[in-house]
Design a protein around this ligand. Structure first.
Ligand SMILES: Nc1ncnc2c1ncn2[C@@H]1O[C@H](COP(=O)(O)OP(=O)(O)OP(=O)(O)O)[C@@H](O)[C@H]1O
Length: 261
């Protein structure tokens, strides 16, 4: 896909997401700033409830912020019509979420080809690309199997193939290794890493430091705020350069209260 855009693939600008009102208000994210460039994989870590899934949903246009902006390749998502946003989600963004969301009545190949077919590509061509995407995740030749005929790991890799098909420039993964064994998890991470090396921008939510190690940078969230960032050069945020980041990160990674509000 020809692409002239040279800025960050995704930029989150002063993003806030609140649920509910008044006393019952929960601020899931508060003033988040994050940029992810082409070729970059950013891990997001933090304790349960810190806002990681909310961040991914906003970055992928599945949810809208209460305030702030999500900018994908220079396009402000809030300015898109519903239709244009749906199209952008289908063509430019790949999602790998905790539940695989494969359609049981479709084969692995059909599941993977679905986003392309929905976007108007002819079935034969879409299936061919799906076979290639399945090969990329180590499932060459399994395109005719139905999800129930596959192991959990194979299903997850099918979901990854579906997320990667069609040259998506932004790949969002929420605990993509879920309940997978460590060998399959490493394979999944390698596929994600390779796709970023090939020019996609990736955001990976994980609780596992060894999977975050595949990322170029790790951002730590607590109570909906970025409280630390490690790794990477020329970080876009001044916060990233702060020395205590690693210490804060260690506390956050283990879910300890570090006393900061
Ligand atoms: N639809 C919703 N309605 C109300 N509150 C919500 C909703 N979705 C999330 N929240 C709240 O927002 C906060 C952040 O949730 P989020 O799911 O983003 O956290 P998380 O870091 O992904 O957690 P986990 O690691 O457990 O998946 C939590 O306090 C959560 O209870």
């Amino acid at each position: 896909m020809p692409n002239e855009w040279v800025g960050p693939v995704v930029a989150l600008r002063d993003l806030t997401r609140a649920y509910g009102n008044g006393e019952a208000e929960v601020r899931a994210l508060v003033g988040i700033n994050l940029e992810v460039a082409a070729g970059e994989l950013v891990a997001v870590m933090g304790p349960s409830g810190s806002g990681k899934t909310t961040l991914l949903s906003l970055a992928g246009g599945l949810d809208a912020p209460t305030s702030g902006n999500v900018v994908v390749e220079g396009v402000h998502l809030s300015e898109l019509s519903r239709r244009a946003l749906a199209r952008l989600r289908r063509t430019s963004i790949g999602y790998v979420f905790q539940d695989y969301n494969l359609i049981p009545a479709l084969t692995a190949g059909e599941n993977v080809a679905l986003p392309l077919e929905l976007d108007g590509m002819r079935a034969a061509r879409a299936r061919k690309l799906a076979e290639r995407a399945l090969e990329e995740v180590g499932l060459g030749g399994l395109g005719r199997r139905f999800p129930e005929e596959m192991s959990g790991g194979q299903r997850q890799r099918t979901a990854i193939a579906r997320a990667l098909i069609g040259e998506r420039r932004l790949v969002l993964a929420d605990e993509p290794t879920g309940a997978l064994d460590s060998q399959t998890s490493e394979a999944v991470l390698q596929v994600l890493r390779a796709r970023c090396d090939a020019g996609a921008a990736g955001i990976l939510v994980t609780h596992e430091p060894r999977y975050a190690a595949y990322a170029d940078r790790t951002v730590y969230l607590r109570d909906g705020k970025v409280v630390g960032e490690i790794g990477g050069a020329g970080e876009p945020e001044p916060k990233a350069a702060q020395a205590p980041a690693a210490a804060a990160a260690a506390g956050v990674a283990h879910g300890e209260a570090a006393g900061e509000r």
